[in-house]
Structures are given as structure tokens and as C-alpha cells.
Write a protein of this length. Structure first.
Length: 89
């Protein structure tokens, strides 16, 4: 029963979220925070960073969260707010 609900929730949520989400960051490079600030933000979250790269105009962090789960996070380069967060179990 729990698995069925999880599957139904998975298929119900993406269309609504996809219509509203805009993953791309459009911040001019002059307004970007340095990578060191991104690393500090990740450290404050308890994340173990494996890689920081630029994707779709956003910073992208790949690593592990405090619980040891694999994460992929898109960060707004100016405000360092989370744009998108993916967790793997």
C-alpha cells in the first residue's frame, strides 16, 4: 500500500511542478558569489561536497547530505538559495 501511494504521488507531482519550475538561473556573472561561498553554504547544511560545477547558469553541487544520501543541488549563484534539490536513497 505504501509503495502504491509513493508511486501515485510521484506521477501526480511532476506535471504541476514542471509547469511552475524554472531551473535556469539568469544572474549576470558580475553578481555571482564565489565558489568558496557556495562551499561554505554547503558546509553549513552538513553536506559533503564532491563537486561544484556550473549548469544552466546555476551552481550545481553533487555530494552527500548529513544522512549519507547522494544529493544533487542547484543553487542560485547570486543569493545562494536552493533552486532544485534531488535526493537518492
Amino acid at each position: 500500500m505504501r509503495k502504491t501511494l509513493a508511486i501515485l504521488a510521484f506521477f501526480a507531482v511532476p506535471p504541476a511542478g514542471a509547469a511552475l519550475a524554472d531551473d535556469d538561473c539568469t544572474v549576470p556573472m558580475a553578481e555571482w558569489q564565489p565558489r568558496e561561498a557556495v562551499q561554505q553554504m554547503a558546509d553549513a547544511q552538513g553536506w559533503a561536497v564532491r563537486r561544484i560545477k556550473i549548469d544552466d547558469g546555476c551552481y550545481e553541487i553533487k555530494g552527500r547530505d548529513a544522512a549519507g544520501r547522494a544529493i544533487k543541488v542547484k543553487i542560485d549563484p547570486a543569493t545562494l538559495t536552493i533552486v532544485e534539490l534531488e535526493l537518492d536513497d
